[in-house]
Design a protein around this ligand. Structure first.
Ligand code: NAD
Ligand code: LMR
Length: 334
């Protein structure tokens, strides 16, 4: 992905927004791609936000980051994605008062259709795409559907925040430090139907379920807390999670590029290969391992009787979203 000079083009959409503000300075510092990779930032916004984005660019310059090669601002996706090896699709149309779900899918359908086509036309051959803007899985599905020349597996959506939230809940419950916790999994949609699964999780090598000692905590506390965490933050903050979402996006790309820890996995929403009964092509969250810049869905896990109907319900929601955007003309049936 690096040019001979070791410089990677990273495109961020919604670059004047909250999440981008939490993300851009860390990208420039090397937290995402490491200390040996220089970064050429391409920042994409809607025309009305370009003036504000110029202020963010001034702040980035003022950081005097040794790894920051250059900053380009654009409101044109065909320019914004030119040469991108990493594309972080943050900008999306939020739901506003009076908007039906179909209105939201239609507004985002137009954005992600255009951005998918622009990625197809102008991104680098090795582009890796992470969609963060909601509804993230279905927006990623739309972008993927409109980029026929880019391998489908390069389109991913973010469930790493949910994964990190699950680790945090488990750490709080058991008193274990977060790095001691491994093999948490998020299945399905980045929505309240997602299924956070700790059936395979370990804490310092021991089964997490053995250490919890309170079976009701799983279904009555852990699962709903992780599922509803985004809503709880919106209620508390008056705005959706931003710094934690930015941090999760850095984690997602870092691990995709540099690999996952030995003996552990992470959660990414990726096009299904049919694993675990998830229809092929649907962008659904799975536990994955990463190595050499590629991810692999963790094979052959046992799905217990608690998990199965919950994963199926989240996948059914994703199928409904997919069918809705196909009916609206933003994607074609595979
Ligand atoms: P924000 O409103 O602060 O910023 C979004 C920015 O996107 C705005 O500046 C807006 O002008 C820009 N934008 C809108 N349409 C665009 C387009 N077509 N091209 C380029 N830019 C465009 O919102 P935020 O807090 O940064 O959140 C962004 C998105 O991320 C929301 O959809 C939010 O729901 C989602 N989100 C996802 C997760 C996750 O875990 N997947 C977590 C938190 C938030
Ligand atoms: C989150 O998980 O914090 C966000 O996706 C919530 C939202 O609706 O923006």
């Amino acid at each position: 992905m690096s040019t001979p000079a070791g410089t990677v083009t990273v495109t961020v959409t919604g670059a004047a927004g909250q999440i981008a503000y939490g993300m851009l300075f860390r990208i420039a510092s090397g937290a995402m791609l490491g200390p040996d990779t220089r970064v050429r930032l391409r920042l994409l916004e809607v025309p009305a936000a370009v003036a504000s984005l110029e202020g963010v660019a001034m702040e980035l310059e003022d950081g005097a980051f040794p790894l920051l090669d250059s900053i380009d601002i654009s409101d044109d996706p065909w320019i914004g994605f030119a040469g991108a090896s990493i594309a972080l699709l943050v900008g999306a149309r939020p739901r506003t008062a009076g908007m039906e779900r179909s209105d939201l899918l239609a507004a985002n359908g137009a954005i992600f259709t255009e951005q998918g086509a622009a990625i197809n036309a102008s991104a680098a051959d090795d582009v890796k795409v992470l969609v963060i803007g909601n509804p993230a899985n279905t927006n990623a599905f739309i972008a993927m559907s409109n980029a026929p020349d880019v391998p489908a597996e390069r389109f991913t959506a973010m469930t790493r925040l949910d994964h990190n939230r699950a680790i945090a809940q488990l750490a709080e419950k058991t008193g274990a430090p977060a790095p001691a916790i491994a093999r948490v999994a998020i299945w399905g949609n980045h929505s309240a139907t997602q299924y956070p699964d700790i059936a395979h999780a370990t804490i310092a090598g021991r089964p997490a379920l053995d250490l919890i000692g309170d079976p009701a905590w799983l279904t009555e506390q852990f699962v709903p807390t992780v599922q509803q965490r985004g809503t709880a933050i919106i209620q508390a903050r008056g705005a959706s999670s931003a710094a934690s979402a930015a941090s999760a996006a850095i984690d997602h790309i870092h691990d995709w590029v540099h690999g996952t820890r030995d003996g552990d996995w992470v959660s990414m929403a990726v096009p299904s290969d049919g694993s675990y009964g998830v229809p092929e092509g649907l962008i659904s969250s799975f536990p994955v391992t990463c190595a050499n810049g590629e991810y692999t869905i963790v094979p052959d896990l046992t799905i217990d009787e608690l998990a199965r109907p919950r994963i199926d319900a989240s996948v059914a929601e994703l199928e409904q979203e997919r069918d809705a955007v196909i009916d609206l003309g933003f994607a074609k049936r595979a």
